[in-house]
Design a binder for this molecule. Sequence first.
Ligand SMILES: Cc1cc2nc3c(=O)[nH]c(=O)nc-3n(C[C@H](O)[C@H](O)[C@H](O)COP(=O)(O)OP(=O)(O)OC[C@H]3O[C@@H](n4cnc5c(N)ncnc54)[C@H](O)[C@@H]3O)c2cc1C
Length: 449
Amino acid sequence: MPQYDYDLFTIGAGSGGVRASRWAANLGARVAVAEERYLGGTCVNVGCIPKKLFAYAAHFQEDFGDAAGYGWQPGKASFDWSTLVANKDREIARLNGIYERLLKGSGVEIFRARATVVDPHTVEIDGKRATTGHILIATGGWPVKPSIPGADLAFTSNEAFHLTELPRRVVVVGGGYIAVEFASIFNGLGVDTSLVYRGPCLLKSFDADLGRFLGEQMAQKGVRVLYQRNVTRIDGGGVLKSTLTDGAMLESDGVMFATGRAPNTHGLGLERAGVKLAPGGAAIVDEVFQTSVPTIHAIGDAVDRMQLTPVALAEGMVVAERLFGRGERKISYDNVATAIFSHPNVGTVGLSEAQARDRGFDVAIYRSTFTPLKHTLSGRGEKVLMKLVVDKKSDRVLGVHMVGAEAGEVIQGFAVALQCGATKKQFDATIGIHPTSAEEFVTMREPVV
Ligand SMILES: Cc1cc2nc3c(=O)[nH]c(=O)nc-3n(C[C@H](O)[C@H](O)[C@H](O)COP(=O)(O)OP(=O)(O)OC[C@H]3O[C@@H](n4cnc5c(N)ncnc54)[C@H](O)[C@@H]3O)c2cc1C
């Protein structure tokens, strides 16, 4: 008789939890997973996937406008929010089904309920207890609202995907990737959009040129970008009145807070079981994601290293391999490429200019801004930014950054080059694809700094 009911009990069937559970089951472990809300977690239900579908929807308005310069005369366009939401929900239901089938197909038992930790080998689900050799905390994160008067009148990204009506005017608060993506979505869908950010430059954790340039491009597309201001209170029932730190007041029909996310570790019984948490609630883990309790591991947004789906997946595989495989898999957080699906897109991999300087590199900076071919005829005035950060001593390319259409698609390939330690000479020796925007990355010859 096995000592425990399961070898692994995963709490949370999001990106990391599903991957770790399936991987562990495929390695022969007896696995169960508990999910209290939705299979697939944040990414599938209220994150990456619906967000990108909305971003596509929001881009059509520009596409219709751009067509005129190419001789097309599209009819009068109209947009129906409820159709978009219903179609998005249908696609997500399909993905939920796929996740269920994947888990069941791997032999993972699914509990559709909240689970908590009772002790290092016991979990509680719906009042019933189960014993397990190991527990994996994969509970993700949750949006945080600032505590200001009227904060409950505002919504977060969670609710943004299910608004019954599209607001006519919206105030988005924040300067990170979720804020700029939603400001772009609302603006593209024809909503009068203000973006209020307390800092001087958007996207503060990325290369400063990206945030500065993106802010200019978004403003040019019609987003009212208000820097160095914050919302101090929200009043009203129908029309919302947001008071800003400079005393100004913005009227809108919706206020969205995109002011950060906190690890979803509250009330899980972790402290009681002896798991140490950081002040913000993140589970403290070592390089193989073990917490202060040897039988309890934690991954993904619950440990708050890099809040990205592919990172949660990679961390999940490290844990499964460590517990039930050969334990050789490791994860490196260097050169993790990421994209922001604002309009225009941002794509980035490697070190920002400031990070490179902070780490003591003597850097050469290559930067180019230009009008992409498409917009010569569309007359849109949208520009592209490309930037390379190069270590002068070794000639290695340390960072590749872009603002422009499909930046994520472009940067993914450059991430492989950086992972291989590509030098600027190798970039220069690469023959470009013409005519593309991406070819600029292999034709920038003169450093600007
Ligand atoms: C608006 C938005 C856009 C995003 N866009 C991108 C993007 O474009 N690209 C990208 O890489 N990342 C994106 N992310 C981040 C990405 O979604 C997360 O990094 C990723 O989902 C983290 O995976 P996870 O497994 O840690 O947690 P999650 O996917 O959040 O899964 C955690 C799961 O645990 C469940 N749970 C929590 N507590 C319990 C409990 N006690 N019992 C049972 N179940 C529980 C939750 O219901 C949830 O389903 C986005 C996030 C948001 C909010």
